[in-house]
Write a protein that binds this ligand. Structure first.
Ligand SMILES: Cc1ncc(COP(=O)(O)O)c(C=O)c1O
Length: 390
């Protein structure tokens, strides 16, 4: 036993992972698990994606450390590759290390470039655990112990068009998830996103779309906002963009980038050559392997199978999501079903207070879908029989 203990900020799942490959992980006894958890969505391109692995290893043998003060070829190559997936109206990119850090920068940019202060977030949202990101995070359970947070931030009800009237011309930035992840896998309504975009334009506020969880093909398009025919002023991405390497990014248009100066932001590890190599290779996989198209196809299959197997189970309120970001909303807390699925060797995770969330990698097969659905459905029926008096 070591003297030092690792902080328990996360629930202990009682499982050691000693090997991971593609859509599977293994415990030290050699038992295989189907991974619909993917490290909160990170391993969407599969564990140890060979192209990403090769790119990181070869960069490691070349230049592993260099800040953006110094030119490195891989950064230029990464930009050339990223250009194929970043919307045309966004011309500048910077890499950071986590979703929260990217959100922080987006909020700072909204304030600096508009000269205004107010930041708006939505109920049920999750944008990260740093103080700025928490300030626009709607779920009280993440915020309440740390208040007061950043000043002049307001939280409006999600998917409520009328409430958008509270956004006035004092507003610097508005941050939104197109499908709320942590909040319970809740897709935005079309009218809401349309009205939000119009309101942001009318009030000269920056619309920040947080695609940390939804981005990079997960919802069946490269970015979730593409389903809604709306464009962000600032795009925030993370999790899957490095194919497992810890990296996040923001993309912004030229007019905003020109209002920022050296020193306005920085990050020791941000944009390091290994992250650049990981992002470049991940974009190549994303496009070269039609990841978004496969996520759409497998997502639909998974959704249909879940619906057909769980229809009739009174514990299930609804099944929802987009692409390979799905949630089973229950009439109970989801812990027992997540635990039971793990005992059947399928890893899932929680969202909100009642949702079993499924974040599979894009390369799952039809037999993986069978396995995953069978496990979750059996668990849900076992739970139902326990809850139903005989
Ligand atoms: C939508 C969204 N934004 C931001 C974050 C924060 O990302 P990180 O945990 O990498 O800081 C998350 C993490 O789950 C997220 O889902």
């Amino acid at each position: 036993m070591t003297r030092l203990k690792y902080m328990k900020f996360y629930e202990d799942r009682g499982l050691e992972i000693s090997k991971a490959e593609g859509q599977y992980v293994w415990d030290p006894e050699g038992n295989i698990y189907l991974d619909f958890h993917t490290g909160h969505g990170v391993a969407f391109l599969g564990h140890r994606n060979p192209k990403v692995l090769e790119a990181i290893v070869s960069q490691l043998e070349n230049v592993a450390t260099a800040t953006p003060s110094f030119k490195v070829k891989i950064r230029e190559d990464m930009l050339a590759s990223l250009e194929n997936v970043i919307p045309a109206h966004l011309s500048h990119v910077t890499l950071l290390n986590s979703g929260s850090e990217a959100v922080e920068l987006a909020l700072k940019i909204a304030r600096k470039t508009t000269g205004k202060k107010r930041l708006v977030g939505f109920s049920g949202s999750f944008h990260g655990r740093t103080m700025g990101a928490l300030s626009v995070t709607g779920s009280p359970r993440y915020r309440s112990s740390f208040e007061p947070l950043v000043g002049d931030t307001i939280i409006l009800p999600y998917n409520n068009v009328e409430a958008l009237d509270k956004i006035d011309s004092e507003t610097a930035g508005i941050i939104v998830e197109i499908v709320q992840g942590e909040g319970g896998v809740i897709p935005a309504e079309r009218d809401f996103i349309k009205a939000l975009k119009e309101k942001a334009e009318e009030k000269n506020a920056i619309l920040i779309v947080d695609e940390v969880q939804t981005g990079f093909g997960r919802t069946g398009s490269i970015w979730a906002f593409q389903h809604y025919n709306v464009e962000p002023d600032i795009l925030v991405a993370g999790k899957a963009v490095g194919g497992g390497f810890p990296v996040s990014l923001i993309a912004l248009p030229e007019d905003l980038a020109l209002k920022l100066e050296p020193g306005d932001h920085g990050s020791t590890f941000g944009g390091n050559p290994l992250a650049c190599a990981a992002v470049k290779a991940s974009v190549e996989v994303l496009l070269g392997d039609n990841v978004a198209g496969k996520a759409e196809f497998m997502g639909k299959l998974l959704y249909d199978k879940l619906v057909s197997k769980l229809r009739g189970n009174r514990l299930v309120k609804s099944i929802r999501g987009l692409g390979l970001m799905l949630g089973i909303d229950l009439r109970i807390t989801p812990g027992s079903i997540i635990k039971c699925a793990q005992s059947r060797r399928v890893l899932t995770l929680k969202a909100g207070s009642t949702v079993v969330r499924l974040l599979p990698p894009y390369l799952i097969t039809e037999s993986d879908v069978e396995w995953g659905v069978e496990a979750v459905a059996r668990c849900a029926y076992e739970e139902l029989s326990l809850k139903t008096p005989t």
